[in-house]
Design a protein around this ligand. Structure first.
Ligand code: DLL
Length: 435
């Protein structure tokens, strides 16, 4: 399916015009948050910066960074720039502790989200003629809704099949003649395996010929596997709840970098240690600001995602919006298990709620087939009977699920069995090969 533009005028806008729009929107956002959000006013005062000091795009560097921790401290509605009654939707994603990162939307925010996602989906070939299956859980996670709003703007026929029940997903694809799918790429690969087990070859017996995937590591190796198994053209979509959810950027048919929608987001790339700007083409941490978000504008958000920005602004596809590389890694210890963000600190919090657990634990992430599995191995304080272990496993599984939204496997081991790696315990053992 061919890449085409959903909003050609904006997608090919002259660089000078893009920058003019960005500056106007940045100034507007800074004024709005200074007037309406106590958090920003306080932070800006601490740094001695006033809204009038933002005169050029580079002046964004005068503004304070924002971290996930700031969202947690202001949980859930402390960062609103509009009255509560203007809000029409709420989503949430894992935070570093028990509290989820909560984001909200006005009607206009939902409209912008639909617009940026429609651009990403059109770039991946989705058109009004398509039957679009969306096998992502519909719920607090932003994933399913972002795709849904984008596909609706395009006018494709949406099959909101939601997450899980893989056999049913394949049956629906066959019955409805699905031509385009979404999701996390590991689940797409898993679905191909399930189809094979059902005696259906996705590359021949199904009509899915393109897909857009994100929320987790996306490598060229995975893309190739996906393309081969489904005979499709898989694209990569990046996004994070704090910006809108999926829809910040996507790769065009060149598959060489992801175009980031600069009329809605301002991206910087900084040295993760110093926070200082780094050169184009050099790997650093993406820092992103929203330029049009009404409900909860986010300025200079430290994404913790490592990537580089491309030097070339113009692409063969004709789009003028800046490109960034695929996400190479993270600067923090967040792990993504089948699209769910998990922080070791959350696991620790769940474990420490119970006095039976010792201080030593580790998280083992592996691939079973194409799917991720996470096992939490915990040392008990003293040797336990099998019955006691079973009881503890049940308890931890429930606690971890409650905090992270993910159901792990839990294993209780005897005291002193988990190896220590020098002074610092190695908490995460990631055995996945994503090449
Ligand atoms: O994962 C939004 C999303 C849903 C994007 C569906 C794409 C598709 P969060 O739960 O807030 O939002 O997690 C955001 O996920 O900071 C990255 O670390 C990671 N991530 C998202 N997209 C990609 C990608 C959604 N394409 C965090 N490649 C981000 C690698 C990704 N990592």
């Amino acid at each position: 399916m061919k890449d085409y533009m959903f909003n050609e005028k904006i997608e090919t806008l002259d660089r000078k015009k893009i920058e003019a729009i960005q500056l106007e929107r940045l100034k507007n956002t800074v004024h709005r948050v200074y007037e309406n959000v106590a958090y920003y006013r306080r932070k800006m005062k601490e740094m001695g910066v006033k809204p009038e000091d933002i005169k050029t795009l580079q002046d964004v560097r005068k503004l304070p960074f924002m971290e996930k921790e700031d969202l947690r401290k202001n949980y859930p509605f402390g960062l609103l720039a509009v009255p509560m009654e203007e809000l029409v939707e709420l989503h949430a994603s894992s935070g570093t502790t028990g509290k989820p990162t909560t984001v909200v939307y006005t009607l206009n925010d939902i409209d912008v989200w639909g617009e940026v996602m429609a651009r990403c989906l059109a770039m991946s070939g989705l058109s009004k003629k398509d039957i679009f299956q969306n096998p992502i859980p519909y719920g607090l996670f932003t994933g399913a809704f972002g795709f849904h709003y984008g596909a609706r703007k395009i006018g494709a026929l949406i099959v909101p099949s939601s997450g899980g029940e893989s056999n049913r997903q394949i049956t629906l694809m066959k019955d409805y003649g699905t031509t385009f799918m979404s999701g996390v790429i590991s689940y797409g690969l898993h679905l191909a395996k399930v189809a094979m087990e059902m005696g259906i070859d996705p590359s021949k017996d199904l009509e899915v010929r393109a897909g857009l995937f994100g929320a987790e590591t996306f490598t060229e190796g995975l893309r190739k596997k996906m393309n081969d198994l489904w005979d499709m053209d898989a694209h990569n979509v990046y996004g994070l709840s704090e910006m809108c959810g999926p829809g910040v950027s996507t790769d065009c048919d060149q598959h060489d970098g992801l175009h980031l929608w600069e009329d809605h987001f301002l991206v910087e790339c900084v040295d993760p240690k110093t926070g200082e700007p780094i050169e184009l083409e050099e790997k650093g941490e993406l820092v992103i600001s929203t330029l049009t978000k009404e409900s909860m504008p986010i300025l200079r958000y430290r994404t913790r995602d490592l990537a580089f920005l491309y030097d070339t602004k113009e692409c063969e596809c004709g789009r003028t919006h800046i490109k960034h590389s695929t996400i190479i890694g993270r600067t923090d210890d967040m792990i993504i298990v089948s699209g769910t963000n998990i922080f070791p600190s959350q696991i620790e919090e769940a474990l420490m709620r119970h006095q039976e657990s010792g201080v030593n634990y580790r998280i083992i992430v592996e691939k079973k087939g194409y799917l991720d599995t996470m096992t939490v191995e915990v040392e008990s304080l003293k040797k336990l009977s099998n019955k006691e272990k079973t009881e503890l496993i049940r308890h931890y599984t429930k606690e971890i699920k409650a905090i992270t939204g993910y159901t792990p496997k839990v294993r209780i081991v005897d005291p002193g069995t988990i190896p220590r790696d020098g002074i610092k315990a190695k908490r995460v053992i990631d055995l996945r090969d994503t090449s």
